[in-house]
Ligand binder design. Sequence first.
Ligand SMILES: C[S@@+](CC[C@H](N)C(=O)[O-])C[C@H]1O[C@@H](n2cnc3c(N)ncnc32)[C@H](O)[C@@H]1O
Length: 227
Amino acid sequence: MTIDDVIIRVDDPVKPLDCAALYDPARTLEVEVGCGKGRFLNLRAAQFPQREFLGVERMKSRVESFARKAVRGNLANAHVCRIEALYAFHYLLPAHHAEKVYVFFPDPWPKRKHHSHRLFGEAFLSALHRVLREGGKLEFATDHEEYFHVVEECFANDARYRRTEPMPRPPEVWTEFETLFRGKGMEVFSAAWEAIGQSPDTLPPLQVMPDDEPREGIERRDKAMED
Ligand SMILES: C[S@@+](CC[C@H](N)C(=O)[O-])C[C@H]1O[C@@H](n2cnc3c(N)ncnc32)[C@H](O)[C@@H]1O
């Protein structure tokens, strides 16, 4: 097994993935957005060999770190693709298949002029609803209290979701960032929502295209986590 067996190459960001070529579509699917170096998802893939796990991440170095972990663990059920999350959920992922979607410590873009870069908003909630199966859950955690409340409000205003209890996350399953933040004594805010009903399998084309540029060149608050 090599990293090329783990990384799903995306040639066309609006063409649905041929998931049947990657794994048995009858298996349960879990997806992590912004999976970083993949600690959490690789641990789950090792724990649940009968399920499939897909990381979505836009930084090349992190996609490769994820893949190296999966190779070391010989995890044939762990996959990752380098793409902007909104494209992945709007176009690429299979409709109504994911049992769980994880978004842990997404970039909070604290400055007002950068709020448009935030992941959570109407477009992502629609794309997420397309990907979750009925009753499937979104698990969310952040260290950023203001962004936490913004995300709570997004879901509260959307009748396609119902709030539910977040999963327990003991230290053994913390992501790289959760480990870093909790190690500094920072508070972590967690929540979960489940999908009610089903959206159409395909959505109208995105009107506002997300910023597809990997953000590897810019100053990041998470510089300490770089390779
Ligand atoms: C703060 S890090 C958290 C990484 C990981 N979830 C953790 O908790 O350790 C945010 C990650 O999300 C990725 N990311 C941010 N926005 C994204 C987007 N729109 N699509 C895909 N990946 C994204 C970043 O490249 C980065 O690796």
